[in-house]
Write a protein that binds this ligand. Sequence first.
Ligand code: HEM
Length: 459
Amino acid sequence: MTVESVRPEAQPPVAPELREPPLAGGGVPLLGHGWKMVRDPLAFMATLREHGDVVRIKLGPKTVYAVTAPDLTGALALSTDFEIAGPLWESLEGLLGKEGVATANGPRHRRQRRTIQPAFRLDAIPGYGPIMEEEAHALTERWKPGETIDCTSESFRIAVRIAARCLLRGAYMDVRAERLCAALDTLFRGMYRRMVIPLGPLYNLPLPANRTFNRALADFHLLVDEIVAERRASGQKPDDLLTALLDAKDENGDPIGEQEIHDQVVAILTAGAETVASTIMWLLHVLSEHPEHADKVCAEVESVTGGRPVAFEDVRRLGHTGNVVVEAMRLRPAIWILTRRAVADTSLGGYRIPAGADIVYSPYAIQRDPKSYAHHLEFDPDRWLPERVKDVPKYAMSPFGVGNRKCPSDHFSMAMLTLLTAALSTAYRFEQVSGSSDATRVGITLHPHELLLRPVPRD
Ligand code: HEM
């Protein structure tokens, strides 16, 4: 008899008992929590943490898992057991194409990220500096003192112009950018409706709203084809994202297909337009609602520039201005809800998640959670000072997401938003005018209902 034979047999580690996530309260027969989700989704998502770190919600007959604790949203985003899928994405794919980076998974997604990533690397951003600078200063000149600014269309316009001019360079982009704005603006309004109220063929009925939407969708796809065709016809290959997309190779080393090139341009433009536009709207709102912070931004910019027009190179020295941008994004994250689907039976935080389950979490709720932030609803840019930022729990502030689906454009967007905030606050103070409504409007992104501002020169 050997020593080994009398030892108790080594047991595989016992997996801790997985629990069923609690069901959120307040559901009603048939609709479940769907009515709450439709009536006031932000308030609903913000209350879920009271029920647990992972909770089940019922949207009609369907069970959806909501993740409410910041560390678990990080675990979700970093785990390979979850991928991008679900009804939200399927309805987007129907309109915007199936082959772009925002909806792909697995090897195709990894390859597409490798293609686009160089255009967004930290060392690529200064190359966009001159365009960002030009656009920021052109905006302060376009806005005339005393006139009313429609912040929705103006923010959209500048967001699309900067993305299109920086990433799809070419003289033709100046004209195209205006058409892109018009098409995308209409598209985003209609897309959210189609996502939350999926009436299928009813959207094909020849009603005026459907016609306008379908025209905008067709024009947008046509514009993308024109952009690609003109670049090819020009014979030029500037060092930009469009060249990277046109030269990309698939997993076998063959050129990628026309549809994928098209869908990739669509994915970049749509992902980059409304997110930035909504954030600019909220920044303008902050400048009008918190004149003390606007003054502080102005003072910081002047101390750095000595009174000359703010330049891209100044951005890294505009610490407070950057903190104003981050704090605005904390309280009003453009992307207020994110979804995933479990690809296997798995777990999160000790809770069982079955294969095929749809998971949601809300950066809005996470970033306003009183468990993570003291004075959670207060606009306090100084909470991002180095000595205080350590109090913020990990993943409690991720407006650009986490993991392999993280927004590629975080550095690009932060540079642009900081520069814009600096240029606008040194030129003007802003006041809301009558008829303006800054109530939060929930769509694909969060933005003010109809923000109307009057710029008052600083001098
Ligand atoms: C993905 C936010 C600007 C392109 C994402 C995601 C978030 C986000 C949260 C991750 C979605 C997820 O985890 O499921 C933002 C915010 C922006 C911004 C807050 C500005 C304030 C931009 C811009 C571009 C862009 C300017 C391009 C010009 C993309 C793309 C993806 C993405 C292509 C998909 C990445 C993937 O699935 O691998 N963005 N974004 N975004 N964003 Fe952004």
